[in-house]
Each structure stands twice: as C-alpha cells, then as structure tokens.
Design a protein around this ligand. Structure first.
Ligand SMILES: [Zn+2]
Length: 81
C-alpha cells in the first residue's frame, strides 16, 4: 500500500501530528495521538466512497484524484480580492 504522511491538527486538542494516509483516500480519519480523538479533517466520506474503500484490493489505483491539500492552515483567512 502506498501513501504519505500527512500533517493534521487535532480537532479536539489542536496539537499537530502526522498520520499515514493511503493514496486515494481523500477522507482520512486520523487519530490524534495526544488525546486519542479521531476525526475527519476533510469531512466525512460519502457513503459510496466508504463502500468503495472497503474492498482490500491491493494494487495501485489507476485513477487517483488530486490529494486534498493537507497541511494548509484550516483557519487561514481569505484575503479579499
Ligand atoms: Zn488531540
């Protein structure tokens, strides 16, 4: 299985931590190892996606959407144009 470490900030305690995210998983559910809280930083996966992710087929997915930008500050204020 391939993937990358992604950096998340805990939704509960706010501490930064890294979590291994499998390629193609756009809705990872990292677990904070400071407080044990798990959460969906990208929102909960749609039902179809959760079902599609269930089969344990090993092999590179042929088409993988662009990985969600993880590590960008969630609370970055948008500057007015
Ligand atoms: Zn935490």
């Amino acid at each position: 299985m391939t993937g990358q470490r992604h950096k998340f900030s805990c939704a509960s305690c706010g501490k930064p931590f890294t979590y291994w995210v499998v390629d193609g998983n756009s809705h990872p559910k990292p677990k904070c190892y400071f407080c044990g809280k798990d959460f969906y930083p990208n929102g909960e996966p749609p039902k179809e996606e959760a079902a599609a992710a269930a089969p344990a087929v090993v092999g590179a997915p042929a088409v993988v959407g662009a990985p969600a930008v993880v590590g960008a500050p969630a609370a970055a204020p948008e500057k007015p144009a």
